[in-house]
Design a protein around this ligand. Structure first.
Ligand SMILES: Cc1cc2nc3c(=O)[nH]c(=O)nc-3n(C[C@H](O)[C@H](O)[C@H](O)COP(=O)(O)O)c2cc1C
Length: 314
């Protein structure tokens, strides 16, 4: 998720759950090929399994970007065909590509000819009025013919006329049944459902119908949500926020010694103690730019002292 799932955020999420596939923010091919590629491709080895998400619509550029990603060791290359941002769509990538299934198929073929890494697509149910199940099946079928067998489907359509990306994650209704129907129609494809999963119950409800679930906002707001899902699905051990935070403190210490900035890291762990007594004070301290500017971990200790005794008691 753009501006959210940077490498610090992903490290924190990995501390909460060791199995789920994590995703980078969407990286446009232009930024990767003409910009600071080393920085954009940077990640910690602990983040594996890790998918890189690319945005673009030029086959040669996507093939070149995919080669860089493969060299850097990503476990999956995902093509974004779901972003409704006007800026992205003006660049002819993101959700508007759902209207060009043949082009997307060609993009997938170009990536697959360039690399051996697993390739996938993230899309929506449709775009504006072009959102029938027939069109969706035509899109998925065409892209599958291009060589993609793994789809993450955000279970709502994109509205490209005039609403913001945030509204586009709220206003078009969720239509889970349509994703289930896709799985029935294409049993040989891996179909992963995304959108609105914010409780253990809503996660578990999806699993009989599809091959997997993808979680966005709730994982960011409450990183320990990933741990509760891992406990339920895999019997992983229950972690408390303090244990996770101790791991993140070690990470922050190393990052600070390499020139990292404290604020870049603390902004991702604000939700870790959500709902617990002292959480407000903890959040306030860890968002205080004046204090964070010193890059001194003492402020993290102070924030933790607001919640520590409560966590131990829990
Ligand atoms: C701040 C933010 C940034 C996002 N950036 C991306 C992105 O870069 N690529 C992408 O495929 N989806 C992006 N999304 C959409 C999410 O991946 C997801 O599809 C959407 O939020 C619905 O899932 P959820 O209800 O679990 O959050 C973003 C969402 C948010 C809130």
């Amino acid at each position: 998720m753009m501006a959210w799932t940077d490498r610090h955020c992903r490290y924190l999420l990995r501390l909460c759950a060791r199995r789920p596939l994590l995703f980078t923010e969407m990286i446009p091919t232009g930024a990767l090929l003409n910009g600071p590629s080393e920085k954009l491709l940077a990640y910690h080895p602990a983040e594996h399994p890790l998918a890189i998400q690319l945005g673009g619509s030029d086959p040669a550029a996507l093939a070149a970007a995919a080669r860089l990603a493969e060299k850097r060791g990503f476990d999956e290359i995902n093509l974004n065909v779901g972003c409704p941002s006007p800026r992205v769509n003006q660049g002819r990538f993101g959700a508007c590509l759902m209207l060009e299934p043949t082009l997307v198929a060609n993009l997938i073929t170009a990536i697959r000819s360039a690399v051996g890494t697993r390739v996938s697509v993230k899309c929506r149910l449709g775009v504006d009025g072009d959102d029938s199940q027939d069109l969706l099946e035509h899109f998925i079928g065409t892209v599958a013919d291009g060589g993609c067998d793994r789809f993450y489907v955000h279970a709502r359509k994109a509205l490209l006329g005039g609403i913001s990306p945030a509204q586009n994650r709220r206003i078009p209704p969720l239509e889970y049944q349509r994703v289930y129907q896709l799985k029935t129609h294409f049993p040989e494809l891996t179909i992963i459902l995304n959108g609105g999963i914010d409780s253990l119950e809503s996660a578990v409800d999806q699993l009989p119908h599809v091959d997997g679930i993808m979680i966005g906002r709730q994982a960011y707001r409450n990183p320990l949500f990933m741990n509760s899902i891992s406990q339920h699905l895999y019997g992983d051990e229950r972690l408390d926020a303090l244990t996770v935070m101790h791991g993140y403190q070690d990470y922050m210490e190393t990052e600070l010694s390499n020139g990292g900035r404290l604020h870049d890291m603390t902004r991702h762990c604000l939700g870790l103690f959500s709902g617990m007594p002292g959480a407000r004070h903890y959040r306030r301290l860890l968002s205080d730019n004046r204090r964070l500017k010193g890059n001194d971990l003492a402020v993290v200790d102070e924030a933790l002292s607001c919640v520590r005794h409560m966590t131990k008691a829990a």
